[in-house]
Design a protein around this ligand. Sequence first.
Ligand SMILES: Cc1cc2nc3c(=O)[nH]c(=O)nc-3n(C[C@H](O)[C@H](O)[C@H](O)COP(=O)(O)O)c2cc1C
Length: 157
Amino acid sequence: MKGIVVYDTSYGNTKKIAETIAETLKESGIGVDLFYLKNVKKLSGKDYDFFVLGSPTKFGTMSFAVKFFLGKVKSEEWMNKPFAAFDTENPENVEKSRIENKEWSAAEKIAEKLREKKMNQLLPVLKALVIGQKGPLVEGEIERTKEYARQLAAKLK
Ligand SMILES: Cc1cc2nc3c(=O)[nH]c(=O)nc-3n(C[C@H](O)[C@H](O)[C@H](O)COP(=O)(O)O)c2cc1C
């Protein structure tokens, strides 16, 4: 069992979440390759059993780089494989989505795209909370991410 965790980041917060997910999965005995999106040379579904993708939330959706990257995820290769999606966003963004009953989260948009590619969503998305644009992460978010990754590991096994 080996998966790939890919993230985009501007200020390092989404990177921290991605690293925490990758480390926790490894602690659970699951193989993981972790990549900053711009360092992914080749993304073949033949090489991996699952996919985790994360983005900072920008203007209520995924970063432009993640959107472009998703265009390279071929449905023929990834169909039926499990995935999870995460993002970083501000607490006000979660509140806005709730009040407007409309998703302004990068992770929800990523999950929608991967479901369209007929991939299998293992868990509801993880929305890790950051303060403002540069962060830091809200206290407790690393622990919440570890718990999320443990649940992911349990689903993968
Ligand atoms: C141009 C720009 C637009 C943003 N738009 C949103 C937004 O719509 N909702 C939100 O919650 N956060 C928004 N943010 C804050 C980002 O979510 C935050 O910078 C990001 O989560 C930090 O992650 P990073 O450190 O990995 O870059 C925006 C930030 C920038 C720079």
